[in-house]
Design a protein around this ligand. Structure first.
Ligand code: GAF
Length: 381
């Protein structure tokens, strides 16, 4: 993380006054494969990144949260007992997490806090999960004697999205932000909650994000519509979710569902198979297959799930033309980044070409981010 404890501490003292408190941090995430599978009870393959959110927090012995956003230069204070909470979404994350922790029986009290982040906003790297995980972890540490299990901290972040931001997201982002481990990706079974760490050390390849800078905004977006489509198809199949559904089963009910719902489910069923194929390929060190599956995911997200945009499709095409091993939309879609599996020797050509060609077409350079897999939620001091 580029931001230091001193950066956040000096702003905290300036805007909140008094003595320092404690500093916590949580990361954003990438996802190798398994997109829009989490709320379908399938598998995901995320890893935490080095970029994240950092917050100074000091209990203040009242029932009020006094919060300063360093990046947005915005201050607000709000009671943890007033159901309405603050209006601005950047404060609703903190408020929601505090309220959800209270629901779990944690004796949350008021606190003074300042926070900042270096996860690019709207890039699909989940700055919001990083913020939620920072406060869930901190509140557990400061008021809850660390009694809440890590998966429940992730669920607190997810419930915050559902109940305070109106986004019916899955568990992937908050899971990754809480559980991340340096140098490791994680395969999570979103039905059982079981997960495994996979050391990520591909010889001769690297992961590179290309941020289209088309702002991806999920709350209030067609994201919830995608989830509703999946749930309608699962219901028509008589299954609790699309996990484990086959193309044959989908074909059998095709006449009963809309063309749109059919396409959404087709993508999800294909993506489940791709996650299994990627796990197999990784075990054999077969990165060509991993990359091929990434391209297939992009195709599905673009044509059937319809969460791409012109700029992301363009980035994907440029990657293909440059001979990049794998490339696809990462995260919820509707803007943000592509994730690319690039052979070391192609890195310079690819990053130069993608910047030039994107700028020539859209008038601005996309931002290249080299992925470094980092640690999950933690206390820094
Ligand atoms: C967003 C959501 F928050 C996740 O839960 C997940 O569904 C992802 O989109 C798509 O895989 O990041």
């Amino acid at each position: 993380m580029k931001l230091t404890i001193d950066d956040v501490r000096s702003r905290f003292i300036k805007h909140l006054g008094g003595e320092p408190g404690y500093v916590y941090a949580s990361p954003g995430r990438i996802n190798l494969i398994g997109e829009h599978t989490d709320y379908n009870e399938g598998f995901v393959f995320p890893g935490a990144v080095e970029q994240g959110m950092i917050a100074e927090i000091r209990p203040n012995g009242t029932r009020t949260i006094r919060a300063y956003s360093i990046d947005l230069k915005d201050y607000d204070e709000f009671s943890i007992d007033d159901e309405k909470g603050p209006k601005a979404s950047h404060f609703r994350y903190l408020f929601g997490v505090a309220r959800e922790m209270m629901k779990l029986g944690v004796p949350v009290e008021g606190f003074d806090t300042a926070f900042a982040g270096d996860v690019p906003l709207g890039a699909g790297m989940s700055s919001s999960a990083a913020l939620e995980s920072t406060y869930a972890y901190a509140i557990n540490d400061l008021f809850g004697e660390n009694k809440i299990a890590s998966m429940d901290l992730a669920k607190v972040g997810q419930a915050t999205e559902h109940n305070y931001l109106g986004l019916n997201c899955g568990i992937m982002d908050q899971f990754a932000s809480v559980h991340g481990k340096k140098g490791n990706l994680m395969r999570l079974d979103c039905r059982s909650g079981e997960f495994e760490y996979f050391p990520w050390e591909p010889k001769g390849y690297r992961l590179v994000l290309v941020n289209s800078c088309v702002k991806h905004e999920l709350a209030g977006s067609p994201y919830n519509d995608r989830r509703n489509s999946c749930e309608r198809v699962a219901k028509a199949l008589g299954m609790p979710s699309l996990r484990g559904a086959s193309m044959e089963q989908l074909e059998a009910i095709k006449a009963q569902i809309s063309e749109e719902d059919y396409k959404r489910a087709k993508y999800v069923i294909g993506e489940e198979a791709r996650v299994y194929a990627v796990c197999d390929a990784l075990q054999k060190g077969d990165y060509e297959t991993v990359g091929q599956k990434m391209y297939e995911t992009h195709e599905g997200l673009s044509k059937d799930y319809e969460v791409s945009c012109e700029e992301l499709d363009f980035l994907n095409d440029v990657a293909k033309d440059c001979g990049v091993t794998g490339s696809r939309i990462m995260g919820g879609g509707f803007g943000g980044c592509t994730i690319n599996l690039v052979e070391d020797h192609l890195y310079d050509t690819f990053t130069k070409t993608v910047k030039e060609q994107f700028k020539a077409k859209y008038g601005k350079e996309p931002i290249v981010i080299d992925v470094v897999i980092g640690d999950g939620a933690r206390r820094l001091c």
